[in-house]
Design a binder for this molecule. Sequence first.
Ligand code: SF4
Length: 370
Amino acid sequence: MLQPESILQEECLCRMEDELHSVREFRSNGGKTLGYLCRGFPPSLAAGLGFRPLRVLQEATIEMEDRGGKLVRQDICPLIKVFLGGIDSGKGLFGLIDVWMGLATCDQTRRCFFALADMQDVTVHHIQLPATRSESAARFYSDQLQQFCFDCRDLYGFEYSRKRALDYSIDLWNAGDILRKAVLSRHISPLDLHWLFHLYLIADPAGLTEILLDLLDRADLYSPDHMIAIAGGSLALEDTWLLQALQSRNAGIIPLHCAGLQLVPFGGLNEFPSAGTVEELADGAFRSIRCARSRSNAEMFQYIQDSIADTSCDGFILKTLKFCDLWYTERERFRSCMSVPVLVLDTSYGEGEVERQRSRVDAFLETIAL
Ligand code: SF4
């Protein structure tokens, strides 16, 4: 488990352990958890069905990557290897998942979820997240999630409750708004923000707003020399070397990736929920994706350009995961169309790798400081 380096992070770790404890209690009382990887899935929909949704972006270590790497081809992205290694080990959050949302977002996730269905007697619901950005694609996605609700009624006897889904999504929205303000305040360090967002990924949102306000009240104030926007693949909990490198050079972050600001009401994303219907949640999640995999992904580029301008960032870092071509193939376009200096980092979770990349970050920050 990642070691906390500040009071806020220690508190976050305690809160995360409290959440895991409440998840175990929930399961021991007959409840079912639903695990998911991609931000394209609306957790409020799972809550509406009675699941405890958990976005599993943890255990991202070289050991877990190696373990998962034994189960799949080598040219698979490290996050997928960690995912399969985590399930194979049953460690941490992975051991607390009853049902997986098998959202296929690329060839690798598709193969991964089918491999998973063979690996263990864990139920995987296979759903295709369309890359095409069109009305019919949005409807196709919504219809699949509606069918998922029907399947859950038949398989688990779960009835969808609009009120439960709406209450959950309103609590999530309000807590997310606190995180948005924390980022834009520029007074919270990159690592503290990272821990807060990861608490947000697994916490029950009921009462989370007050918890976040209390944690932020006691955070060490940070005053960065430069602001760096970060985008690319999702940043798992243990994947902190880039944030440590930036923080050690007193740089602040605008986390534009899908485990950061894409989750909260920022940049025109994530409207305030009003109905709690399957359609509203599916449509809201689909329209709030700002991912390189989208066709076209012009909205993603616009979101990053606007966010860099609106937050007066001095530089942009595209952090991709090895073998994840979704983002890496766009590197030249990023270099040519961003209004600030761009650094592209193609990464995995290996130690040696981190040292090499860290010196590139230092050099990048020096160019910005000039
Ligand atoms: S990078 Fe794209 S496909 Fe991958 S988890 Fe994030 S939103 Fe989903």
